[in-house]
Design a binder for this molecule. Sequence first.
Ligand SMILES: Cc1cc2nc3c(=O)[nH]c(=O)nc-3n(C[C@H](O)[C@H](O)[C@H](O)COP(=O)(O)O)c2cc1C
Length: 415
Amino acid sequence: MKRLDDTRLMLGGKEYIPIMIGGMGVDISKPELVLEGARLGGIAHLSDALICAVSDRHYKTDFVKQRFRKYREMAHEENKSFAQFDLEAVREATRLLVANTMDQKKGEGAVFINLMEKLTMNNPRETLRARLLGSLDGGVEGISLGAGLHLGSLELIKDHPRFRDVQIGIIVSSVRALKLFLKRTMKVNRPPDYVVVEGPLAGGHLGFGIEDWQQYDLKTIMQEVIDFLKEQDFNIPVIPAGGIFTGGEGLEFIRMGASAIQVATRFTVAEESGLPEKTKQAYFKAEEQDIEINLISPTGYPMRMLKQSPCIGGGIKPNCESMGYVLDRSGNCPYVQAYKEAETLNQEKVSIKEKTCLCTQMRGHNTWTCGQKAYRLKETTNVLADGSYQVPKVEDVFNDYRFSEGNMINLPKPD
Ligand SMILES: Cc1cc2nc3c(=O)[nH]c(=O)nc-3n(C[C@H](O)[C@H](O)[C@H](O)COP(=O)(O)O)c2cc1C
């Protein structure tokens, strides 16, 4: 075995190129990117982050406007428990994103969706149910349950006709979390079809502490997961994620017993990614010292991002009447509190260092989250005459992972 292409992922009786593109919210792993991943024979994830706003962007719906009209009169209230999501709208927005993507799918790969539990949306259980059901209604081929333990998630959809046909995976960062999840799946007699093991070098929110993430490493955690599953007689694919930057690195995991790899950071700068052109250039330019883990996400989980992210230290007015995806079950968001406190100081310009307005900032692509290896993106492409970096296509990045040997990186053909 010399390259990733020498092996295949077997899942649900089908064969795939062993490359999964992870979900990247908000709308970074947008339909165009996902469709390319599937066309090339891999598996690619849509993301459920800000699903109503994403539907409005792509399908001319007006879910965000409707929500704002309904709640704008109460915008002065600090507690936002009044601003409940219309569950039918959430289900429909998810269905639209999935069904429209599925309709355009070509090739032998698959379209999956990443559904996050910590996207609490003022009503964690019911809004998650709506996103799960909408995904199944839309014909998604697989669901990766991420950002949380998902102890009750399978029960929410056990009566859906596609419950036993769709591929269901769980994303974990420890054997402990996997054990808890497996225990609960027994209740519905529905074991997961695959396990993604996300290590401390991944992008987005992290399942590790801000102080101790460096003590963990993906290979060790993955080995523990493989050994545990073997002990329990579970024969399901294990897919490592986080910091796998080349095909050669991916192959090392396959040799240890992984069935595929999940990757994301290298696709952030692809032509089909949802990030604006300028932001892609900022990702290319990033140096190692520009990448930090901080606690500004109001979810309370550490998040990795570039220090240059425009959201850091911003002071925009909260907009939970339109958005509100991070509101907890009691209608609170730490950013709303921080904003109220800052307002009372009567500063000319509100600047909030400790938290960010995650919904609005991510919708505007101002939270530049990335994996720890983002500083190597500049090695993966050509420098153009004006000093900027050539934006590769999804196909270039995918085929580099698939076909390159050792730690080589095949650059895209110069434009
Ligand atoms: C820009 C970006 C956005 C991400 N958004 C999400 C997300 O919305 N939900 C999630 O579960 N993981 C998210 N992730 C994590 C990825 O899906 C993936 O597991 C991980 O980043 C893989 O590591 P790599 O980026 O080093 O290749 C995100 C990663 C990046 C880089």
